[in-house]
Design a protein around this ligand. Sequence first.
Ligand code: SF4
Length: 380
Amino acid sequence: MSTPEFQQLAHDIKLWASELGFDQVGITDTDLSLEEPRLQAWLDAGHHGSMDYMARHGMMRARPHELLPGTLRVVSVRRNYLPFEAGFAATLRDPTLGYISRYALGRDYHKVLRNRLKQLGDRIEQRCRELCQVTGEWRPFVDSAPILERPLAAKAGLGWIGKHSLLLNESAGSFFFLGELLISLPLPLDAPVEKEQCGKCVACINICPTGAIVAPYVVDGRRCISYLTIENDGPIPEEFRPLMGNRIYGCDDCQLICPWNRYADVSPEPDFSPRPNLHRPPLLALWRWSESEFLKHTEGSPIRRIGYQRWRRNLAVALGNGPATPDVIAALQLAQDEAEPMVAEHIAWALATLARRQQDDSKKTRLLIRCIEKGLPDHA
Ligand code: SF4
């Protein structure tokens, strides 16, 4: 194929990507050598926690051409996911409700995006066949392979990496999914965003409930609520439990505070609309789900991947952080004997935390009554 034909193909790829519902697309090469020292330092510091797969693939993450030999370009795509009624504050402020990261309220994005990337690959293949009978190799990825998708997206011009380590886009914020098509065609490259635009802002670093952004652009996964509630398959360290509030699957705080998300677009994608039973769900209702109900209600949702035991573990922590009402205490007690050891330990923590809160509350009430009886000002 000639240079003008590759230029035309790159143009067509962007058109097809837009027809398939992607909000932006860029093309870059596979050279991430500048990222390798950063990745190595992050792994050496143990910031990946128990995500052994991060270490297992070593530098392959920064070398897409090792993942699919012959790869010359990466077509990087993004798709907005913010639902119309995100209800961030209303859910976070009510400790009787469970907060689920907004990306996980609808259908599993892996499936949605991978299907479309595959369609994009098919169209490219068909065009190549028409032009020269040679199709080349291609493979779609959506968070499914050891690949540094954010640096690739940044190189492809989709945005810059913010201090919270997520990709930020000037006109779309950060509430979007990324996907990649690895391809063996020498397509023309797009230019990266000239410079990052976080400036002096450190809002995400300051707001993180568990102090997981340990330095600009460095997230210690072991402290991150997304890691603790999703990736981590063991107990949640006690020091982080009170800081998690009612977050039961992921956390959006660093994105919520980010000024660039003032410009975040709402997604028209019906697949990303919140499922009714996951949108502002009462914690107690979720706690009462049996395992089969959990599987039924989370079918086709990314939440299903964490399994019932991690789900119960997260809920126990959130219930322990909520109001010490008789029905919450009774529900936790009822489940304690039959729970798996890890969940039982979190239930015990929740019950002890609620008991302490009850004691504190009754102390305050007694003090208040004494103040009223003595006609003193209320300091309770
Ligand atoms: S909150 Fe501020 S520092 Fe953090 S990513 Fe957004 S602009 Fe950058």
